[in-house]
Design a protein around this ligand. Structure first.
Ligand code: ZN
Length: 228
């Protein structure tokens, strides 16, 4: 399908020139918002935003709806911590190596890790790839039209988040049209060119994951969007 069939727009975003304080505030705000959506409950999930050559990352194992802006870590583009959290007990997000793949391999401006029930359930109804077509919300995904067959890779889960590093890197490389990588029985990593784009990609994907699960429950084929 032609690019013109997509509603995704790349040139009409306001220039994002955020201060460090604004980026820290945004991570706290998004943590509270994603908590309400069930994406980061039980301290799970993660949020990260890039500002120039600096990457801001929420700490590991904290309530994502109550992050203190001073406890956000700042990393360089190699993934090395350059400014620690004020609370010395905190560690940087266990998602760090996964987030770094999207920053390095896709030039991402923000990455979201969601433990959404919709994302988790969708990994149970497909083998190696989530696959969908004919759903209007597909047009919100970068470069995707409603009649395309859109695929998102699903990688196996591991006992520890950081152990996903290698398989996620391979999945990102092998699936250039996907803005996300699903992890079986776990959740999803989603990125975008800036925080607004990452957020909208995450919203569109979550809608599609929920649609796929419900289409399957109706006894229809989610790969065709339920259409025959
Ligand atoms: Zn996780």
């Amino acid at each position: 399908m032609a690019e013109s069939s997509t509603q995704e727009t790349s040139d009409n975003q306001p220039h994002l020139d955020l201060t460090e304080g604004e980026v820290r505030g945004l991570i706290c705000e998004l943590g509270a918002l994603f908590y309400q959506l069930g994406w980061v409950s039980g301290t799970g999930g993660g949020i990260s935003i890039r500002r120039g050559q600096e990457i801001f990352m929420a700490p590991s194992g904290v309530q994502k709806e109550r992050i203190d802006s001073q406890d956000i870590f700042v990393l360089d583009m190699q993934g090395k911590v350059i400014r620690e959290a004020v609370n010395p007990k905190l560690k940087v997000s266990a998602c760090r190596p996964l987030f770094m793949h999207a920053y390095r391999m896709r030039d991402a401006g923000a990455v979201i890790h969601s433990h959404s029930m919709n994302a988790m359930l969708t990994t149970l109804i497909y083998e190696s790839h989530f696959s969908i077509s004919n759903i209007e919300m597909m047009k919100g995904i970068k470069g995707v039209g409603v009649f395309d067959q859109h695929h998102v890779p699903i990688i196996p889960n591991t006992a520890h988040e950081a152990e996903l590093e290698e398989s996620m890197g391979e999945a990102v490389e092998a699936n250039p049209k996907s803005q996300a990588v699903l992890v079986r029985g776990h959740g999803v990593y989603i990125w975008g060119r800036d925080w607004i784009h990452a957020k909208t990609q995450a919203e569109c994907y979550d809608y599609l994951f929920e649609a796929a699960v419900k289409i399957k429950q109706l006894g229809l084929d989610p790969q065709t969007g339920g259409q025959s």
